[in-house]
Design a protein around this ligand. Sequence first.
Ligand SMILES: [Zn+2]
Length: 67
Amino acid sequence: MTEEPISEADQKTLRRVLARPCGFCGATVDEWCQTAAGTLLDHLDAQHLTRRLGRAKSTPLISGTTQ
Ligand SMILES: [Zn+2]
């Protein structure tokens, strides 16, 4: 069994996510997020939402809707 290769798009996203510290758990640049218990979340999908979203708010997916 070999590890499933990470897609190019995911690598780009991962680099961008890890390029900023996490305001939720306090992970620093290039470090994975951690749970409150100190377990390393070593997967892109496991990083805290606040960190993954970051400044992406400047490009809303949905426009023209209220609330
Ligand atoms: Zn985090």
